[in-house]
Design a protein around this ligand. Structure first.
Ligand SMILES: *Cc1c(COP(=O)(O)O)cnc(C)c1O
Length: 398
């Protein structure tokens, strides 16, 4: 299914849209207003009935919708050039809402192999229990998604770009051209600032807004944007699923959106500087960054993204032990899971998030024993590079 996003066309730059987006028309407060309420009074029975039966009601009961959450949803829709958006309690709330809300028993999903670990588990462990078949493909191989589609059976084609953890890049034009199933992109790593999948004909874009969109490690939040028709359908499922966004987290995310383009621009600049400093450095086996010419899909990345992004992945030559020593040796950066915040975070998947995988499973996920993922923060690039290079030296020295 390919639908053109028919949101109000804007000639404004994303930086400007981010400042104006999601303001509720009748509010004079410049900052988003926190509607910390679970329910809303109805003056008449007819009023309550209208609210209880209208899709997207935001002043009936907060599991259905909430004005603070609505402000955040509108802001994301505007940044993505979408007709509408629905917020969820987390990125996985959004992803499970999409998968379980759009697929039924006997249905089929085509997904790429390189995915966020929890998304992969949802597809591998939960979908089969409901009789939903999943075919995994190498998303970087041209035509792989389309070739795996079974006409009349495939309900969903699911991609993530740039993807966890090696920053593989998926061709959005190719995905958007697939007719029949609903196409979905998890665009968390890029945020709406660096790429807009709907403009390539993709049907739905999903974000863990916990990451760059909220951007300050103070919200757990997800969001899906697309056509009014698809979002209305998802809304119907989301009300039953119950993974509804907290108004407080939505407030933090709308505040985060005001500075999103500035943060992402600065973090991408620092990430490029870091990637360049790491490439060819003693103790570093491989550097993966979409903004480097050495990235296997560099040209594609530069065609569909406005910068290389805020994450850098590299492999330490010293393997597992070097990886463990590295994450304990950093001083400015923090050893923590997540990404997209002001603090630079480092993770060593082989000894933490992916410790239970077998060696061949690690390899299939692109994770080596010495793989390190860096979420580049807002510290000065020189300070950050000095810190990470120092830790690489310490890791190599044992
Ligand atoms: C974090 C993340 C998710 C899950 O989001 P939560 O907010 O943690 O539920 C999904 N996809 C990607 C790419 C992520 O980085």
């Amino acid at each position: 299914m390919t639908t053109e996003p028919s949101a109000e066309p804007t000639t404004l730059h994303p930086d400007t849209v981010a400042i104006r987006a999601g303001r509720v028309g009748d509010d004079t407060s410049l900052a988003p207003v926190l509607w910390a309420t679970s329910t809303f009074a109805s003056p008449t029975v007819d009023d309550a009935r209208r609210m209880a039966t209208s899709v997207g009601a935001d002043r009936f009961y907060s599991r259905y919708g909430n004005p603070t959450v609505k402000g955040f949803e509108d802001a994301v829709a505007q940044l993505e050039g979408a007709e509408a958006a629905r917020a969820f309690a987390s990125g996985m709330g959004a992803m499970s809402g999409v998968v379980l809300g759009l697929c039924s028993t006997g249905g089929h999903i085509v997904a790429q192999r390189q995915l966020y670990a929890a998304t992969q588990l949802l597809l591998q462990a939960v979908c089969p229990r409901f009789g939903i078949d999943v075919t995994f493909v190498d998303g970087t191989e041209p035509g792989a998604f389309a070739a795996a589609v079974i006409p009349g059976k495939t309900a969903l084609v699911l991609a993530e770009t740039p993807a966890n953890p090696k920053l593989d890049v998926i061709d959005l034009d190719e995905l958007g051209a697939i007719a029949g199933p609903i196409t979905v992109v998890d665009a968390t790593f890029a945020t709406p600032v660096l790429q807009q999948p709907l403009r390539h004909g993709v049907d739905l874009v999903v974000h863990s807004a916990t990451k760059g969109i909220a951007g300050h490690n103070d919200a757990t939040l997800g969001v899906v944007a697309g056509s009014r028709e698809l979002i209305d359908w998802l809304w119907g499922f989301a009300v039953l699923q119950g993974a509804s966004a907290s108004p407080y987290d939505a407030l933090n995310a709308t505040r985060g959106i005001r500075t999103l383009p500035v943060r992402v621009a600065r973090q991408s600049e620092s990430a490029l500087a870091l990637a360049r400093a790491l490439e060819g450095r003693e103790g570093v086996a491989e550097v993966r960054y979409p903004g480097l010419p050495s990235h296997p899909q560099h040209e594609l990345a530069m065609r569909q993204m406005s910068a290389g992004g805020t994450l850098v992945t590299f492999d330490l030559a010293g393997g597992l032990e070097a990886g463990r020593r590295f994450v304990e040796a950093v001083q400015l950066a923090q050893h923590a899971t997540s990404l997209g915040g002001p603090e630079t975070l480092v993770t060593h998947p082989a000894s933490t998030t992916h410790v239970n995988l077998l060696p061949d499973e690690l390899e299939a996920n692109g994770i080596g024993p010495g793989t390190i993922r860096v979420s580049v923060g807002l510290e000065h690039a020189d300070d950050l590079i000095a810190d990470l290079l120092g830790a690489i030296g310490a890791a190599a020295g044992g």
